[in-house]
Write a protein that binds this ligand. Structure first.
Ligand SMILES: [Fe+2]
Length: 330
């Protein structure tokens, strides 16, 4: 069941015009626009699809508020697509679009789609770093760019009322792998044919500090850039176009190692620029992290919870350290 990443995020938004404007400045390319919807894509061909909140053309789901109401996942080959659909159709009502995309809603109210799709190959050429004693660039400046152009849609995050239930579905029915556990916060899961550290983060929807209210709710989506220079160029470009990039500012997670910038999004939740994420495969050993320690190696505008150095607290996941183990790689 080789799901290899997000094919498309279907957003329900409060203002279609504002959403279109933001996506353009954020760096996505417009593929299609009508009076009721728009479609954008990143370089890999992964897409963002936008409709008004409450539009009956959106799939039914229990997601409250605006943001991503359905994620469509990409599968590389027809036999795998057919096998997965045959299994899911045992206990889900499947509908299929004219383009072959299958849709269903889980018992926990999340709309999920499946689509046969290969991503376009993305070629990056980040500038090498010099360091004292290490010259990787001689007589060569760093690359200059004027704006960020997202290459990939790396992951999406929802608050879910019952993390255990949702994890069991993604593990047992979609064959996702557990990458890491953030204690008290949630689980980082990887699509089985992706090497990105996580394709989805299942956050505990009872965490009020993340803006949740106990219900299924979108939090953010991550768009992959080439390097930290591109993140900061994108930040300045957004600011020049009137967008607020305040909050944590630029930083780097310890958990996944990914450099980040979170931007409040008129599409709901936040849009995240990301770069330099850990790439892992089935030899990766999941770890269990204290939440604050895993959250950040550094943050430009340090949040209150990092005002004291967090305790070093991370260990490999074992049945003793994580109630989410053992987990099977099928
Ligand atoms: Fe993220």
């Amino acid at each position: 069941m080789p799901i290899h990443g997000i094919a498309q995020l279907n957003y329900a938004v409060k203002d279609l015009g504002e959403a279109n404007k933001f996506l353009d400045v954020f760096g996505l390319s417009k593929v299609d626009e009508t009076s009721s919807s728009s479609t954008f894509e990143v370089l890999s061909g992964q897409r963002v699809y936008v409709r008004h909140l409450g539009d009956p053309a959106l799939p039914p789901s229990s997601v409250i508020g605006d943001g991503v109401h359905e994620a469509i996942w990409a599968i590389a080959d027809q036999p795998s697509f057919d096998r997965l659909l045959a299994d899911l159709s045992r206990d889900h009502q499947i509908t299929t679009d004219s383009d072959g995309t299958a849709h269903f809603v889980t018992d926990f109210g999340q709309a999920i789609g499946l689509r046969l799709q290969q991503f376009r190959p993305v070629v990056s050429s980040p500038s090498p770093f010099n360091a004292p004693g290490v010259t990787n660039r001689l007589n060569a400046p760093r690359k200059w760019s004027t704006r960020a152009i997202p290459k990939t849609i790396s992951h999406a995050v929802w608050g879910v009322p019952d993390v255990d239930e949702v994890f069991a579905f993604y593990r047992d029915r979609l064959n996702f792998r557990l990458s890491d556990v953030q204690k008290g916060f949630g689980l980082y899961l990887r699509a089985p044919r992706s090497t990105n550290h996580h394709s989805v983060f299942l956050a505990d929807a009872n965490l009020e500090m993340l803006g949740f209210s106990g219900k299924l709710q979108f939090h953010h989506a991550n768009f992959g850039l080439e390097d930290i220079d591109e993140i900061m160029v994108g930040k300045n470009y957004l600011e020049r176009h009137g967008y607020d990039t305040k909050g944590w500012g630029f930083g780097r997670h310890r958990l996944s190692s990914e450099a980040f910038l979170y931007v409040p999004s008129p599409l709901g939740g936040q849009a995240e620029y990301g770069a330099d994420c850990d790439q892992v495969d089935d030899r990766w050993k999941p770890r269990v992290w204290e939440a604050n320690f895993g959250a950040a190696l550094f943050v430009h505008d340090m949040p209150e919870f990092l005002s004291r150095e967090p305790e070093w607290d991370v260990t490999y996941a074992t049945p003793e350290t994580s109630r989410f183990l053992p987990f099977d790689h099928k």
